[in-house]
Design a protein around this ligand. Sequence first.
Ligand code: ZN
Length: 459
Amino acid sequence: MIRTLSAALLLAASAPAASQTPPAPPVPVDPRVAALREAALHDQYAWEITEGLTTEVGQRLAGTEAEARARNWAVARLKALGFANVRVEPFDMPTWTRGPESAEILAPFPQKLVVAALGNSASTPPEGITGQVAGFDTLADLQAAPDSAVRGKIVFVSHAMPRTQDGSGYGYFGGPRRQGPTIASRKGAIAIVIRSIGTDYHRNPHTGVMSFADGVKPIPAGALPLPDAEQLQRILKRGRPVTMRLTLVSQAGQGRSGNVIAEVPGRDPSLAPVLVGGHLDSWDQGTGAIDDAAGVAIATAAAKRIRDSGRPLRTIRIVWFGAEEPGLLGGQDYMRKHKEPHWALAESDFGAGRIWRVTTKLGPERDEEAKAVQAALAPLGIVPGSREEADGSDIGPMIAAGAPAIGLSQDGTYYFDVHHTPDDTLDKVDPEALRQNVAAWTAMLAVLAGPIEPARKRP
Ligand SMILES: [Zn+2]
């Protein structure tokens, strides 16, 4: 009884997705697909790419010479792996680079705090700015405040981002970072600091991009680590005026980014390609291991394994997108330059955790393939999700425009402990979870780009 009841409650809780797409009846898995999947559980390519990119290039801030070095590294590595049509599609972009930054409470309890500027923050003078802090528990509280409560002050906004497996807290609780600076500036604030959009209690601030709405005066905008944000909240709760000195120096300019593209040519070049990828750029503080060296590595390793096993029916196109972090610039440039249809799009950009679910939005003409992918991934502990949903950062605009896509959902429970912090480094990547990802992506590609004609042995 109780089990039945809780099952019913679970169904009710997930009713919207469940009613759209009832679970598919199991379908048999092509033994060749299963063999490729099992072999990929021993993959080394993804680790080698992740380790190589983070070690030999390190941070790869969009539009900078570091990202240009990363493109050169990518071209050399993709050629060395034997891919065809390796090329860079460059584009120009505005850049933003970080300078010295610090935060200090001057009164009533003098002490230093840790801070990091958000991408596109206005710069303070080198000596910083000083102001009284106006604190708000939520973005809604800031929005509701009269301008007089904010004018001439440094705004602080908190929030309650929860830890979730699917990362769904990031969209909602990311509001203070995305809209907070614009709202604060409109109300006359001289600067804003937010509680980091993150879930860890290390003293690492989480950076990330924000932009000011048209016509809004840019102000300095920074993020405090969770311990520092809670410290500031406690100080504010004492009820005495709180004065802060904030230094967030940065520089805006112009630079160049680019998408790095490589292919596994299909047997029938007239067929639409399957696009897989991730993004090459990273934030500037760590080495971008989980965001997103692991992502490009997973997609590329899977394509490499298909390439080495024979020739797929369809071309597999690998894209290492440039300049994702400042606002999906690589994805937008790709979409502008490539009007041709794609058979399916998939992007790995949610860390290096195990894949736990597969969702698809492939449309009715590929429904058999959607079911075949779900069946092929099930032995990896991957549950079938909706067949009317897919996601991805750089490919997001193309999905929104109706392109067919697939989403291999990684476990994001710990992703926002590290995301956009100095802690995004290679040691956070679990090699075994990485191999599970490669196995899933390899099986997915074997279905969507296949069948694969085995390579003929040379006489
Ligand atoms: Zn990313």
